[in-house]
Design a protein around this ligand. Sequence first.
Ligand SMILES: [Zn+2]
Length: 119
Amino acid sequence: MIMLAKTRRTYMQNNKPLWFGQTKRWYDSNRWRRVASAHKNQYPLCEICLKLGIERPVAVTDHIIPHNGDYALFWDWDNLQSLCATCHGLKRAVEHGGHMPGCDVDGNPLDDSHWWNKT
Ligand SMILES: [Zn+2]
């Protein structure tokens, strides 16, 4: 138990991962503002809604693979996608163990981890 508590203190601070403060600086940087606005210009519509045949404007520039403090993943242009506020909220829920509801226009589940997409 004592060992566990020690490990936890090493990686967490105020219930946030240690990289949290670092990535806040990345998000606050002029570089991120430039990258995010360039990405929004190139992809002005929510990419998940587009799969549903809905055109909804982007609200959030999202990291497809969560960067978890990884510098390369954070700045990887190909790891960015445009999402509306609703889809971003759903994706966050999925990352915390939920499932992405709904299907695209072809009837394929939007959730990549759905068994239908495993075949
Ligand atoms: Zn959307």
